[in-house]
Design a binder for this molecule. Structure first.
Ligand code: R5P
Length: 265
């Protein structure tokens, strides 16, 4: 792997632990003003010090993140669809590589929609993006999207998606946690991070998800709603961080969450 790509990846996946806590706040690109992300700056600012990277679009980066921030940026560069449109899968590339570089990003991210009528266009976008990334030393994160069909998240489907992403050159992959998750990781020769998905019933469920994912080979999380839709987002991200980077058990992280609830978001 090129030195520049390795260097940038190591700003996200920390060499000290081999793990990464990425904060996903890109939801508005197809969902609009999602609950608790209505005013992105208010949601993002208190959480940035605890994140190894922040994943977002150019619009939210420019309007809602201070340019003096030193948190690495993973820029979402795919989109063009909305939750009320005909298909979430019909994505294209929305931001040029030139602009991504001007924004001094650490990595770029796009979604791939395998199994849909748009799989070819999204996979070719991934391949093109990787070719650009290789040229400039910028890693590419492929997100194995399922659109509205959350029931697609089983290990056979996600293994297929992650492997195809890696075959096309993605430098790391974001997918969902599932039963037999170690099979997904085992068939994917590049690092895998998990999304959190819609908010779970309890925060302990979130911590269990993170713990199980790390135990089964994920290098970390790229998580959004289960952190910032919490009543105590700072306490939540600190607790997730304890599992990702400090090997905390679910109970230890839960204790940290409960004791941290007085920290103002
Ligand atoms: C979804 O397409 C977005 O890329 C989100 O970044 C991703 O789903 C992670 O956020 P959450 O943990 O809220 O699922």
């Amino acid at each position: 792997m090129d030195w520049g790509i390795q260097n940038r990846l190591s700003r996200i996946i920390k060499p000290e632990t081999g793990h990464a806590l990425m904060l996903a706040v890109d939801h508005g690109y197809f969902l609009g003003p999602t609950r608790k992300l209505e005013v992105p700056r208010e949601t993002i600012t208190p959480l940035l010090p605890y994140a190894d990277a922040v994943m977002l679009t150019r619009g939210i980066l420019r309007t809602s993140v201070d340019p003096t921030s030193d948190t690495p940026v993973v820029l979402r560069v795919s989109g063009g669809t909305s939750i009320v449109g005909p298909s979430l899968a019909d994505e294209g590339i929305t931001t040029t590589f030139e602009e991504a570089m001007r924004l001094n990003v650490t990595a770029v991210a796009l979604s791939i929609f395998i199994g849909t009528e748009f799989e070819k266009q999204t996979l070719l976008s991934l391949a093109d993006l990787v070719s650009e990334g290789e040229k400039f030393g910028i890693p590419v994160l492929a997100v194995t999207a399922v659109g509205k069909e959350l029931e697609k998240r089983d290990h056979r489907f996600l293994s297929l998606c992650c492997r195809i992403a890696a075959e096309l050159g993605a430098h790391f992959v974001k997918t969902y946690y599932c039963d037999d998750f170690e099979k997904v990781v085992g068939g994917c020769p590049v690092p895998v991070v998990i999304a959190g998905g819609p908010k779970l019933e309890t925060f302990k469920d979130t911590l269990q998800l993170v713990s199980d994912a790390i135990a089964r080979g994920a290098v970390g999380v790229d998580m959004g709603r289960n952190i910032w839709q919490s009543e105590h987002p700072v306490a939540a991200i600190r607790a997730v961080r304890a599992i990702v980077h400090e090997n905390a058990t679910v109970d230890e992280a839960m204790e940290l969450f409960e004791s941290g609830q007085t920290v103002k978001a």
